[in-house]
Design a protein around this ligand. Sequence first.
Ligand SMILES: Cc1cc2nc3c(=O)[nH]c(=O)nc-3n(C[C@H](O)[C@H](O)[C@H](O)COP(=O)(O)OP(=O)(O)OC[C@H]3O[C@@H](n4cnc5c(N)ncnc54)[C@H](O)[C@@H]3O)c2cc1C
Length: 381
Amino acid sequence: MDFDLSEEQELFVKGVRDFARGEIAPLCAQMDREGIVDASLLDKIKAQGFFGLTFPERYGGVGLGAHTYGLVIRELARVDAGIAIMIAVHNSVGSFPLLQYGSEELKESTIPRMAQGHLASFCVTEPGAGSDAAGLTTRAERTDAGYRITGEKIWVTNGYLAQYFVVTARTGEAGPRGISAFLVDRDTPGLQIGAKEQKMGLRSSDAVSLVLDGAEVPASRLIGSEGEGFRIAMSSLDGGRIGVAYQGLGIAQACLDSAARYALEREQFGARIAKLQAIQWMLAESAAELESASLLADKAAWLKDRGRPFGKEAAMAKLVCSETAGRIADRALQIHGGYGYSKDYDIERYYRDVRVLRIYEGTSEIQKLVIARKLLDEYGG
Ligand SMILES: Cc1cc2nc3c(=O)[nH]c(=O)nc-3n(C[C@H](O)[C@H](O)[C@H](O)COP(=O)(O)OP(=O)(O)OC[C@H]3O[C@@H](n4cnc5c(N)ncnc54)[C@H](O)[C@@H]3O)c2cc1C
């Protein structure tokens, strides 16, 4: 059940569900095998406006709020979690820094193009700086025309196809206050895009490394002010985490759907396995956990939509939805028995796809640090 949706929002979400089932589902196995999004599907996704879901209408976007957007990501992830994260990264961490902190000139010149499908990416992680994002070593030196950026980024989702790269780099002192954020164009001299990672899951989405070898970036591409980059990245991740939470809910729903259907078909000992209490318990636990995780994601989105602080709730939603989705995928595979271990069944893909949700946009351990910090603040700590 979805709370608080207008008829128009419900219709929008239903349209996405129909699109996912009609256009994405037939291509999932092929994209998983080949490790790339299907080109004709990408065109259809652009035509549907999915690359402007969260952008204001004045920039050619759809203007969805966090809750409706989350439900859209859930519907996409229910069919293909790789497509869901490609769209989610673009609509959140890849574009939010510009929408929230960019100059009007920068927004005018980039956001309408992004809404049309010029993909955006978010480049924070480095070989030596993952959870410790403030420990980055990429440097941006001032030049007469702007900045010269040198360093390496890894795990850049969408980077293989992206036109735009939001890059964090050090412009000042050690630590978070010395970091700035830049928008780097794909055709910037000195930007080299590496090969695609051979990932365990989410194979319809790409992730690449980047080498910035003295990449020349005009001063107009600084997002916000010098020294604001870490804050920009962290506040972008707050919103991004709500998307990851809904991505987890989508995969979990797909797992529950598959497990329940399979349990009703499969017979052992002369009866359907759905009759077995051991199987029913697994289904019941999964259904109850899915419902409670959903409420947490909805609350984080609800707060965001009302302009209220939501960072703690977003971290809680990301933590709980991703961990819950992992458990539900595990039970669903168990219900499938040996068939679940075969590529003939979608559950094998869901099981691989779900694993990374506990890692990206902050690991589960980092979510707990974020929650504890905010919680202790509330107690005056
Ligand atoms: C498929 C995929 C896509 C990604 N996409 C992007 C992207 O688009 N942009 C981007 O910038 N990054 C991206 N990432 C990177 C991702 O955000 C990092 O992998 C993640 O933040 C963890 O960093 P790390 O891998 O370096 O692990 P590490 O930070 O080295 O962590 C290793 C382990 O130590 C634990 N740990 C570390 N510090 C602490 C601590 N203080 N307390 C407790 N435990 C701790 C971690 O939880 C983890 O279990 C992506 C990663 C993957 C796998």
